[in-house]
Design a protein around this ligand. Sequence first.
Ligand SMILES: [Zn+2]
Ligand SMILES: [Zn+2]
Length: 263
Amino acid sequence: MLKKNYHTHTYRCKHATGDVSDYCQTAIAEGLTVLGMSDHSALPDDRWPHIRMDLSELPDYCQAIDDARIQFPQLTILKGMECEFDQQYVSFYQEKLLGELQFDYLIGAVHFVPVDGEWIGAYGGLDNAARLIAYTKYFIDSMRSGLFTFMAHPDLFGNCYLNWDDNTISAARDIFEAAEVLKIPLEINGYGLRKPKISTPLGMRCMYPWPPFWELAAEYDIEVIVNSDAHHPGDITKNTQEAIEIGEKFLLNFANLNFLEIP
Ligand SMILES: [Zn+2]
Ligand SMILES: [Zn+2]
């Protein structure tokens, strides 16, 4: 049973519901000891505003977490963000979020990939080998930034790359090698398990987590972390047992992020 969830959104990202206190109430009711808030990060240039909080909402997000820490002392509430890497945002993440605003951690996530000077959406846009290579390179660049405590849904490309083949194997191996060297845990994401299934030549399956990806992970000395990636207060532990079972099935090592709780 999941006791700690580090991946939680709020209404501010415009595709989730509820505020910090709503998630805290459900987390306590479901027996969690640690709740990490990690909404889609505000960005200094308000890029991709349709799926993330506006920069103007950042103080309010921090205040909602600070207030919840007083209101729910029985729960350890961590201040985090789910972030897209871009060299131009490094100082914002480093100095503003982790520095001035005392965020406890940042999650790295790749929802957009630079291809030939354009940003391609990872949902639907990674359906060929060249795009998959671009995703993998960008995912590894994100890891190398040193900003992120773990990386969200590394197998997100399964949402539109339909077959497990030499290209996915090579992408997965590159990601695992980097995760091993850089010692960054990879997330088995519960949200993918509750999204609509997709039709592939081999039948219906979840977009992600993609089992052959995690089977291959077992060959590497890496750690995994399970989160619900809750976008609604009622989803705070949803599908996490299934995600844990994927990790257990392939004998993967579960990361311990207790260091985040030391003030
Ligand atoms: Zn989201
Ligand atoms: Zn998320």
